[in-house]
Design a protein around this ligand. Structure first.
Ligand code: SAM
Length: 236
């Protein structure tokens, strides 16, 4: 199967629209990613079919896990733009902030968003725990994939989410122990696990998980702590 077929059939399997412009946008992003990957470290996945499935379709699943229309969304530790960029390409009607602590990756994202004419994308070079000082409880949705253990990750993300909003954490299906260990941290930060959904990426036998955490109460003022403190004494 070609990447184009994989994307078309995969989006259809999710029940998402698979119009030609969206598919072309995803393929263009994949081309730019793999081209830049030759001179900087953006992804270990280098086959275009694998990028289509393991990056693009994996991330696209989030559009079935929450309604993004009209929302403000922050992707914490976005790296080369996952999950944020595929979501932006597939759904133009929300405000997206792509946040990462590595400046070169953020530069790549800014250049790529400009070159592709993507709108309503803000690329921010910052650590999440520092960004939270000025952007506390400003986002309807936070997303994150492959950034940290859930108890640490929630301290980075939940302070950014409005009360009533959600944090969508992309995790492996082996994350049950991690999830159990994070329950107290999630409660201390004002959240509650609402839903855990496992999904198989179309065209593969790979199954991943989305943990949906609802922000129920404001996060207490002491969080997030400085990263050295979070790392030394993760919330339990
Ligand atoms: C393993 S990469 C994952 C990138 C992307 N989310 C993905 O799934 O391909 C983790 C990324 O998180 C970023 N990161 C780690 N801690 C962070 C923090 N406290 N604030 C912002 N970004 C952070 C790193 O710079 C890195 O780009």
């Amino acid at each position: 199967m070609t990447p184009e077929q994989l994307l078309r059939e995969g989006l259809a399997a999710y029940g998402l629209p698979a119009d030609a412009a969206a598919i072309e946008g995803l393929e263009e992003f994949s081309r730019r990613l793999l081209e830049r990957n030759q001179v900087m470290n953006l992804t270990a996945i280098t086959d275009p079919c694998d990028v289509a499935a393991l990056h693009l379709l994996d991330c696209a699943y989030l559009l079935t896990a929450a309604d993004f229309q009209g929302k403000s969304v922050v992707d914490v530790g976005t790296g080369a733009g996952f999950p944020g960029m595929p979501l932006r390409i597939l759904e133009p009607n929300f405000d997206l902030t792509l946040l990462d602590s590595l400046g070169k990756r953020v530069d790549f994202l800014r250049e790529t968003a400009d070159a592709m004419g993507l709108r309503r994308v803000r690329c921010v070079h910052a650590r999440a725990e520092e960004f939270a000082r000025k952007h506390r409880e400003q986002f309807d949705i936070a997303t994150s994939r492959a950034v940290a253990q859930l108890n640490v990750l929630c301290e980075l993300t939940l302070p950014l989410v409005k009360v009533g909003g959600v944090f969508l954490a992309m995790k492996s299906v082996e994350s049950d122990p991690e999830l159990q260990e994070a329950r107290s941290a999630i409660a201390q930060l004002g959240g509650a696990v609402e839903d855990v959904t496992d999904y198989t990426i179309p065209g593969t036998e790979v199954t991943h998980r989305v943990v949906r955490i609802r922000k129920e109460r404001p996060t207490p003022a002491g969080f997030p702590r400085a990263f050295a403190r979070i790392k030394k004494a993760p919330l339990r």
